[in-house]
Design a protein around this ligand. Structure first.
Ligand code: AMP
Length: 112
């Protein structure tokens, strides 16, 4: 399925990219919900955690390692949160798996 994130991967629309390699891309969220709000996505068009498969295991680990690289790169030492919204009740609006990195302020728990 083609989404706005496919267009970012294909460089058809601009994004403020903070990290990229062969498998993943990380860019700033266009509507930040915290002072730091970065999305990390696989280049493979996986919809969400409902649709991951065994063969995606290494890619999923790579996504988390990318989170670490990103927070080190931007020197986010005070803490951060990683969120994956899945499906409509989960608040997912873009049907391409993405990890939200949120930080730069004290985050509340539980989320809404
Ligand atoms: P979710 O609600 O979990 O599906 O998150 C989708 C996120 O994508 C939202 O936080 C949006 O602000 C963000 N978003 C949508 N379009 C763009 C875009 N063109 N560039 C950067 N972030 C985007």
């Amino acid at each position: 399925m083609t989404t706005i994130f496919s267009k970012i991967i294909d460089k058809e629309i601009p994004a403020d990219i903070v990290y990229e390699d062969d498998l993943v891309i990380a860019f700033k969220d266009i509507m930040p919900q915290a002072p730091i709000h970065i999305l990390v996505i696989p280049k493979k068009p996986i919809t969400n955690l409902y649709s991951i498969e065994e063969e995606d295991q290494a890619l999923l680990g790579h996504l988390l390692l990318t989170v670490k690289k990103v927070v080190e790169k931007i020197d986010l030492t005070s803490g951060f949160r990683v969120v994956i919204n899945n499906g409509s009740d989960g608040g997912q609006t873009v049907n391409h798996l993405h990890l939200h990195i949120l930080g730069g302020r004290s985050l509340q728990w539980p989320p809404g």
